[in-house]
Design a protein around this ligand. Structure first.
Ligand code: PDD
Length: 287
């Protein structure tokens, strides 16, 4: 099937889609990104992802390339042209194209915008979720502004590759105190030994996950105990359940950490139920 990408104002064939060699994203990772899950052709958690996008751009002093309404049209068109029913839509905004210099171009240049969309086999994803997946832990070695959804993802890419090589699906970063920060592309959660849902607070140097925030509303609706408190790797290994959240993985049960089984080594009831509830809610609210 032909795929299409949006590049700086027009849709082009995916295979021919290209940015300039002096795009500051390519040269300096000087840009930000967002990823929306797509259910039935509609954008999940749309408002949350837009709010974080504007914040990430403002933090880096990159101009908003277009209004939210206009960007929504582009994202939906990418979904439509790529015939995505269930999948992901990816947006990247960089500071733009300028002769290479570390300092920002002066005067400013227009930000560069790329959008792609791809299908996800939801049946296969559900089968994987039902089996549960593994994580490994790696030392936290990212910069101090992980709250910005920056495209500077080299430590994340190296961590994810380390996970793959050790037979796991995700890597959890661990800070100098032995506390889990978050995953290479997801937030980390446990159901601790006292039965409380636990995830690290966002005052720390982590990304404020939109799926994480939406899931908190689901958890509140269910009246489940929750605390925003970091946990150690040992606590996670001794937890009743573990799981990750993100637009790519939704809510995914984790059954092994560094080769140690979590609980009985099978997806736990809380994570399994939260996955179903999150998906139901995301589908209903998708636009
Ligand atoms: N990643 N933490 C990190 C480091 C992430 O990269 C992501 C998402 C999350 C979860 O955020 P959200 O719930 O808003 O998707 C947490 C996206 C999916 C990616 O890099 O593809």
């Amino acid at each position: 099937m032909s795929r299409f990408a949006y590049v700086n104002g027009r849709f082009v064939r995916h295979g021919q889609a290209a940015v300039h060699i002096e795009d500051r994203g390519y040269q300096l990772a000087d840009g930000v990104y967002e990823v929306w899950a797509v259910f039935d052709g509609k954008l999940a958690d749309a408002a949350g992802h837009f709010t974080r996008l504007w914040r990430s751009l403002d933090e880096l002093q990159i101009a908003h390339p277009m209004s939210q309404a206009a960007l929504t049209v582009v994202l939906r068109e990418a979904v439509r042209r790529n015939k995505v029913r269930d999948g992901l839509v990816y947006l990247q905004v960089t500071r733009g194209v300028a002769p290479r210099d570390h300092a920002f171009p002066n005067p400013a240049v227009p930000p560069a915008v790329v959008v792609t969309a791809k299908s996800v086999d939801r049946a296969a994803a559900e089968a994987k979720a039902a089996r549960g997946l593994s994580v490994v832990t790696v030392p936290e070695n990212r910069w101090g502004r992980c709250d910005i959804k920056s495209i500077g993802l080299l430590p994340n890419a190296l961590a994810k590759q380390a996970a793959r090589q050790r037979g796991a699906v995700e890597a959890w970063f661990v800070d100098e105190l032995g506390l889990v920060t978050e995953g290479a592309s997801s937030n980390a959660w446990i159901v601790d030994s006292e039965g409380r849902l636990r995830t690290r607070d966002t005052q720390a140097n982590i990304l404020r996950g939109i799926t994480r925030t939406s899931l908190m509303e689901v958890i509140a609706g269910e009246g489940l105990p929750i605390t925003e408190q970091p946990f150690t790797v040992e606590e996670a290994k001794a937890a009743r359940e573990a799981f990750i959240t993100g637009a790519g993985t939704l809510v995914l049960p984790i059954v092994s950490i560094d080769g140690v089984a979590v609980g009985d080594g099978k997806p736990g009831p809380v994570a399994t139920r939260l996955r179903a509830l999150y998906i139901q809610r995301a589908k209903e609210a998708a636009i």
